[in-house]
Design a protein around this ligand. Structure first.
Ligand code: HEC
Length: 165
């Protein structure tokens, strides 16, 4: 073989090796991509399963128990439309309302300054412990620790406070 041919062969081999190298990089990338997809799929499935379990843990609230729980609040609150203020303010239309904004009720300055909007989460926290939620509140109620009781109560409160009749 003459020299130029040898050089040509060398070049070709080099090119071949380089191409091979490239190919394997592509293959590796594809493999990694596939692995990621498989992993994402597994993670996604786990998420779905978790959500399913979670929904099994959160059964439909028991409104009868909710009403029973509300007897603890009734001493101080009415909940019907246009109901009077007692020791505590009327709770009609509470969902979505900024705290301490019912007319004609004298709120504590603590609740007025708290900047709370009443939604499910803030109401749940409040019912669990008014004093921890808003230190200095005038609602002297110890709170309900049991999660299920709060869930039932809240469902009742939200239903009654939004009743149109
Ligand atoms: C001993 C009387 C008393 C009891 C019992 C009581 N509350 Fe209250 N509640 C109050 C007072 C007083 C306030 C006003 C608090 C303030 O101004 O700091 C209040 C405020 C509230 C507010 C905020 C209202 C607003 O307009 O921002 C909600 C919601 C509430 N109570 C729900 C309940 C629920 C639900 C229960 C039963 C688990 C309950 N309360 C039990 C006296 C009571």
């Amino acid at each position: 073989m003459n020299k130029p041919t040898l050089i040509l062969i060398n070049l070709l081999m080099y090119a071949g090796i380089a191409a091979c190298g490239e190919n394997s990089t592509v293959e590796k990338a594809e493999e990694t991509h596939e692995n990621t997809l498989v992993r994402a799929d597994i993670e996604h499935r786990e998420e779905i399963e978790e959500a399913r379990e979670h929904s099994a843990e959160a059964p439909t609230p028991d409104l009868v128990n909710g009403q029973r729980q509300f007897s603890k609040c009734k001493v101080c609150h009415t909940i019907i439309k246009g109901g009077r203020h007692k020791v505590g303010p009327n709770l009609y239309g509470i969902l979505g309302k900024p705290a301490a904004t019912s007319e004609g009720f004298r709120y504590s300055s603590a609740l007025k300054k708290a900047g709370i909007i009443w939604d499910k989460a803030t109401l749940d926290q409040w019912i669990q412990s008014p004093r921890n939620t808003v230190p200095g509140t005038s609602m002297s109620f110890i709170g309900i620790r049991d999660e299920k009781s709060r869930r039932d109560l809240l469902a009742y409160v939200l239903k009654e406070s939004a009743a149109t009749d």
